[in-house]
Design a protein around this ligand. Structure first.
Ligand SMILES: Nc1nc2c(ncn2[C@@H]2O[C@H](COP(=O)(O)OP(=O)(O)OP(=O)(O)O)[C@@H](O)[C@H]2O)c(=O)[nH]1
Ligand SMILES: [Mg+2]
Length: 442
């Protein structure tokens, strides 16, 4: 049976044994909690210790707090019970509530969904709550927190205001006959159009970088067989992630491992050594290596002895000039020869140069980090922004004199897509998709 939206929902802050668990109950019937568990009502937002009793049995001594709908997160009457974090206490409370009509367990993200539907937060803020919980680095956290505070909502609302202003300019044209349309009004309109298009375009561009902050910057370790690629990934991750052997051509699959470098999430890729080979499996591995390189933000190009093969690298990988390459001379404990192409010398055996290499990696990747934190981050936000931008781009080719109606329609479309970024969409399916990735109890 489909869960009803007017049910009173409840969930606990964690599914495990813990010091404290918070059971949140939200909905029309939440105000009955004191009656159900036989304790004295408290004043709104007052944190008070109560004895929870059901059919003369004590369930727990626990602080409770009453949050009437005008002052709760969900915008509904809410009780929070701070029980001792025992699974059995939680079970007892659930058993009592589940036996009552109109109460049910909350679905993932359902409290936040209700807060959004009731207008306490917008969709961007709802998504940012999930991002805060899933943050693994300080930068991810700071972007999510700034979204929760409303920084991105403000940026998006400003786009919408600009479009409303453009619509009003277009409407004012109706009062003029075709010949009399003042030039300055047209200029005003097209200047504003350009300004908004640039703003949205830039936001979409930085959104790509924000995805690296969310998912990790890609760093590929490449080089000929046996130069020490797998040894380096093991040293950098401090794990035995990849098999090391003196046999050339050991690594075939891409081995990936995430590290946190001073708050920057990085995905390291160990790859198959690149050489001409008749071995089909090895050749597949080399193809994978070339693929990963093209998608990387940074390539560590390893060489143990001999010269760096600059031209091969350029042919294969520098097609994309956004990819930075650091030439790394390996096995510095064995080879003392200097190479004018090498940017750094390291030894995975003695750890010589490893910290310096990490510094170089950090200094490059942190320079890619977007400085502002009011960034578009989710796929949904990017999609709506792109659709709005497309509508605005189409206006460029329209005639302000003869195609006023069409322009007005494109402006309406753009404005709708922008509204969709922040405000509630009357589409249960989309809402469910957004909130289903949340934890239960959030
Ligand atoms: N002395 C010394 N030996 C190293 C160092 N790094 C790697 N080796 C040795 O070099 C050999 C090859 O190392 P790997 O890390 O497997 O090299 P690879 O580049 O991953 O090789 P493939 O997977 O075959 O392409 C092994 O015998 C390692 O012990 C180093 O810094 N110093
Ligand atoms: Mg290897």
């Amino acid at each position: 049976m489909k869960p009803k939206n007017n049910d009173t929902i409840f969930a606990s802050s964690s599914q495990f044994k813990s010091a404290i668990k918070i059971i949140r109950i939200s909905g029309e019937k939440a105000k009955k909690i004191p009656l159900i568990f036989n304790f004295k009502k408290s004043r709104p937002r007052e944190f008070v210790l109560r004895k929870l009793i059901y059919k003369k049995n004590i369930i727990d001594y626990a602080p409770v707090i009453w949050l009437p709908k005008s002052r709760s997160f969900t915008g509904e009457d809410t009780y929070e019970i701070y029980i001792h974090g025992s699974i059995i206490i939680e079970k007892l409370i659930y058993k009592v509530l589940l036996a009552l009509k109109g109460f049910r367990l909350a679905e993932p993200g359902e409290f936040t969904k209700r807060a959004t539907i009731n207008g306490n937060i917008d969709l961007i803020q709802a998504e940012s709550i999930n991002d805060i919980i899933n943050s693994q680095t300080e930068k991810q956290l700071s972007i999510a927190q700034s979204q929760l505070e409303g920084s991105l909502s403000k940026v998006v609302n400003d786009w919408r205001k600009d479009i409303v202003y453009m619509s009003s300019l277009i409407e004012s044209l109706i009062d003029f006959s075709d010949e009399d349309i003042p030039e300055e009004l047209c200029n005003l309109f097209f200047n504003k159009l350009k300004e908004v298009r640039i703003k949205i375009k830039n936001s979409i561009k930085t959104a790509k970088l924000s995805s690296f902050i969310k998912d990790g910057f890609a760093v590929a370790i490449i080089g000929k067989p046996n130069v020490g690629k797998s040894s380096l990934i093991n040293t950098l991750t401090k794990l035995n992630t990849s098999i090391v052997s003196e046999i050339p051509g050991t690594t075939r699959d891409i081995i990936q491992q995430k590290i946190d470098l001073k708050g920057l999430p990085i995905i390291l890729y160990d790859t198959a050594g690149i050489r001409k080979t008749k071995n089909v499996v090895e050749r597949k591995g080399i193809e994978l290596a070339l693929d990963i390189m093209k998608k990387s933000n940074l390539i560590l190009n390893l060489c143990d002895k001999g010269k760096f093969n600059q031209s091969a690298l350029e042919q294969n990988f520098l097609i994309n000039s956004n990819v930075k390459v650091i030439n790394v001379k390996t096995k510095a404990d064995l080879n003392k020869t200097k190479d004018k192409y090498s940017h750094i010398e390291i030894s995975s055996k003695t750890n010589f140069g490893i910290n310096m290499l990490l510094e170089k990696i950090y200094s490059f990747l942190s320079s890619l980090e977007p400085k502002e934190s009011s960034l578009i981050t989710s796929e949904r936000q990017i999609l709506q922004s792109k659709k709005a931008l497309n509508a605005l781009n189409r206006i460029k080719n329209l005639s302000i004199v003869e195609e006023t109606e069409l322009i007005a329609e494109e402006l309406r479309l753009a404005s709708n897509h922008i509204s969709n970024i922040t405000s509630i969409i009357d589409n249960e399916e989309i809402l469910d998709k957004i909130f289903s990735s949340f934890c239960i109890g959030k």
